[in-house]
Design a protein around this ligand. Structure first.
Ligand code: KIV
Ligand code: NA
Length: 265
């Protein structure tokens, strides 16, 4: 396998090749995703919701992110592994941000970090990049700011917020970020941002004009059936498939059908 690097992603954009990205938080899932040839694996702080059952991404800790990331890294042969720096471990000052990024890189073996925000995290992004750590941005609906937004609805529908988002994307490019996630923004805005910068724009709920797409793996597999945003395409109905399997197992245990003669020593 030729490993995916931050440079290969920028080249893919230049060549008009769309970038595929999915989340993973554990070894087994990451191995399947990497084996399928997905370009980028995001150890997202969505682990807070998906793995731990929290309502928001805010509670997950740096130590927990490092645990998830190191499990994912052990599975990977080809994909680029990007890790979210969790809420509270980069916002207070650039030194803290750098310390958090260094811990992620050193203790997990991941290849890059992702941070939410634009101009307000400029100094932290600079400092992390200066240490040789690749940074991916994240703009639009940034879930670590959910209590500021008060709603999970589409961002940057108004001109003022859209203009700020465009400026922030350009700033992230100028600072040296290798890409930026745009979450839940109008398709025309994501398209115009993608056209205005050379680094790839990876969309989630941001339409087809982005340079690549990311989804939460558990959502696209249909494991999370209560979550139904318009942007989500489900490639499997794992919720039903797993429920059927669990029920069948129960039936087989209760009836004494499992294990049979071939399944014992
Ligand atoms: O944490 C996450 O899964 C993310 C993606 C949805 C972009 O940040
Ligand atoms: Na995230």
């Amino acid at each position: 396998y030729k490993r995916v690097t931050t440079n290969s992603l920028v080249e893919m954009k230049a060549n008009g090749e769309k970038i595929s990205m999915l989340t993973a938080y554990d070894y087994t899932m990451a191995k399947i995703i990497d084996g399928a040839g997905i370009d980028v694996i995001l150890v997202g702080d969505s682990a807070s919701n998906v793995m731990a059952g929290h309502e928001t991404t805010l509670p997950i800790t740096l130590d927990q992110m490092i645990y998830h990331a190191s499990s994912v890294v052990r599975a990977i042969e080809r994909a680029l592994v990007v890790v979210d720096i969790p809420f509270g471990s980069y916002q207070s000052d650039p030194k803290e941000a750098l310390r958090s990024a260094i811990r992620i890189m050193k203790e997990s073996g991941a290849h890059a970090v992702k941070m939410e925000g634009g101009k307000e995290i400029k100094e932290s992004v600079k400092r992390i990049l200066a240490a040789g750590i690749p940074v991916m941005g994240h703009l639009g609906l940034t879930p670590q700011s959910i209590y500021k937004f008060g709603t999970y609805t589409v961002r940057a529908k108004e001109e003022e917020e859209a203009a700020q988002l465009k400026e922030d994307a350009k700033l992230l490019e100028k600072l040296g970020c290798f890409g930026v996630v745009l979450e839940k923004v109008p398709a025309h805005l994501a398209k115009s941002v993608a056209e205005s910068i050379r680094i790839p724009v990876i969309g989630i709920g941001a339409g087809n004009g982005a340079d690549g797409q990311v989804l939460v793996t558990h959502d696209m597999l249909g494991m999370t059936h209560e979550f139904n945003p318009r942007f989500l395409r489900r490639y499997l109905d794992m919720y039903s498939a797993m429920t059927d399997a669990f029920k069948q197992y129960k039936t087989d245990v209760k009836s004494g059908d499992f294990p049979n003669e071939d399944e014992q020593y």
